[in-house]
Ligand binder design. Sequence first.
Ligand code: F6R
Length: 242
Amino acid sequence: MKIIRAKDYYDMSRKAANIISAQVILKPDCVLGLATGGTPVGTYKQLVDWYNKGDVDFSEVTTVNLDEYRGLPKEHPESYWSFMHRNLFDLVNVRPEAINLPDGTNMDAKAECARYDAVIKSVGGIDLQLLGIGHDGHIGFNEPCDVFELGTHCVDLKPETIEANKRFFDGNEELVPKQAYTMGIKTIMQARKVLMVANGVGKAEIIKKAFFGPVTPEIPASILQMHPDFILVGDEEALSLI
Ligand code: F6R
């Protein structure tokens, strides 16, 4: 585990974008695992900026996203499909056919999870997986539970996650979907490199618990302690307790 201290959110975003750019430069046809949420927005912004300056080229990259709300149409502004197009895909030259997310409109959970696992396998696995971390230690939508879930699966979102995400749904938790499809822990752990971004004092406690406490499915991110190439880029506040 490598921990990189950044001064602030902007510095964190630039450092993370540098690591992603290096991956794309070293292996132009790499597979990037991508995340949504508030934390990586600045990282994507920086990548778009470097793309516009001609410093990074996504023409051969394949992407696989971590998760998607179940039951939300792709075009919904809060679907992860929309988020990714708005923040990255529409702004760089990644090929539309090289973009992969779980299909939240497929209500057949078993079939959709099997399809998504097959997609990840068919692209040869993930070279670099970008992650955020939830306040309860979730990664993707792998919520605290009794066992580490392995492959793509359908989850019932915990009340805390619904509460945390309602800010994206006019502050109305009734509008937040109650289930999601998420990549599993095994798939994340099989990524050849894992890069987590974390900022703000609100993440300090969970960063300490996840990476300086026991490895337990009650704190899903804690498994990353065992990953051979895990990098955490955090700002001063998120790393303030370690
Ligand atoms: C997003 C995802 C989530 C977020 C986590 C942190 O695709 O999988 O695990 O990374 O909820 O979200 P933010 O960055 O909004 O604090």
